[in-house]
Design a protein around this ligand. Structure first.
Ligand code: CP
Length: 322
């Protein structure tokens, strides 16, 4: 694995999953494989889980992790080719990325989409510019359109439940749109759909109000159901997430407060486990009752971010010994 940006970079999901589960039971079994190697964690946006879980994962592999909050501490970066830099940006990615490539063996980047121009976000300009100019492997800590380490942690979390409880049929996983106070990226929803359908161990149903259709390039293989009650019926897992519209791009339509997951609509499910990537707006996206219930897996999901990152970084480190 040279770069890790999406499910498509994973040659064998079951093998990667086994590795992550091994790391969870024995975190330090590969504590020397990253010795003498350094990973730069570049944040262009805020983060709690991604930042800390990736640092812990790198430490478990004997690797040094250096965090750089580019948005707060760095020069304002320019990403446009041929830009006349007479505005607010101070340093071009063409100049900054090669320098970072000299300091680090792997560069990990966290960016969000601007949600203003679909084409600009969906071509993944920020992360692609780092790949083009840094000259070292690049790991996505969430990009404009995808959040692969989160989705892999979600796969780990569901796999643990499948191992714990015998399922007589293919488990039904529902990704439900949730209300929010502002337009959010599509990354988690796109990525979750891509990993669930690519993994193939579950049936994925996506439910949302009309107008919130995601890009078909990520949802193909999933069933779309506009009626949330119908979608939730007999669900084994419910993944709750808000996203803004894809077409027109980046908009928030009506409030849709009735789409919040509460004890009332959850009753339709097969005592479904509840998932959310966090951070979550309580009593907007999900009720306290649901988040504080024994059916909530949100802490397990966040905890599994360590093993997700550790398995992926270990795969990337193998490239150095080829
Ligand atoms: N789920 C997630 O990526 O959390 P952070 O934004 O805190 O990293």
């Amino acid at each position: 694995m040279k770069h890790f940006l999406s499910f498509e970079d994973v040659p064998d999901i079951e093998k990667l999953l086994d590795q992550a589960i091994k790391y969870k039971s024995s975190p330090l079994i590969d504590k020397h494989i990253g010795q003498g190697k350094r990973i730069g964690l570049l944040f262009l946006n805020p983060s709690l889980r991604t930042r800390l879980s990736t640092q812990v994962a790198a430490a478990n592999l004997g690797m040094e992790a250096v965090v750089f909050n580019v948005d707060k501490e760095g020069w304002a970066l320019e990403f446009e080719e041929g830009a006349v830099m007479s505005g607010n940006t101070v340093e071009h990615i063409k100049d900054a990325a090669p320098v970072l490539g000299k300091y680090f063996d792997i560069l990990a980047i966290r960016t969000f989409p601007g949600l203003l121009h679909q084409e600009e976000d969906y071509c993944e300009m920020y992360i692609q510019q780092f790949i083009k100019y840094a000259g070292v492997p690049v790991l996505s800590l969430e990009s404009a359109t995808l959040h692969p380490l989160q989705s892999f942690a979600d796969v780990i979390t569901i796999e643990e439940q499948l191992t714990k409880h015998a399922f007589k049929r293919k488990p039904k996983v529902v990704l439900t749109w949730a209300p929010h106070i502002k337009p959010l990226p599509h990354c988690v929803a796109n990525s979750f759909a891509q990993w669930m359908t690519g993994w193939g161990k579950v049936d994925l149903i996506i439910t949302h109000p009309k107008g919130y259709e995601l890009s078909e390039s990520f949802t193909k293989g999933a069933t779309i159901e506009y009626n949330q009650e119908q979608a939730l019926r007999d669900a084994d897992f419910v993944y709750v997430k808000n996203w803004s519209t894809f077409q027109p791009y980046g908009k928030l339509l009506e409030a849709g407060s009735e789409w919040m997951l509460t004890g009332d609509n959850w009753k339709l499910t097969n005592q479904a486990k509840i998932m959310h990537c966090l951070p979550v707006r309580r009593n907007v996206e999900l009720s306290d009752e649901m988040l504080d219930s024994p059916f909530s897996l949100v802490t397990e999901q966040a905890a599994n971010r360590v093993w997700s990152a550790q398995a992926v970084i270990a795969e990337m480190l193998k490239e150095f010994n080829k």
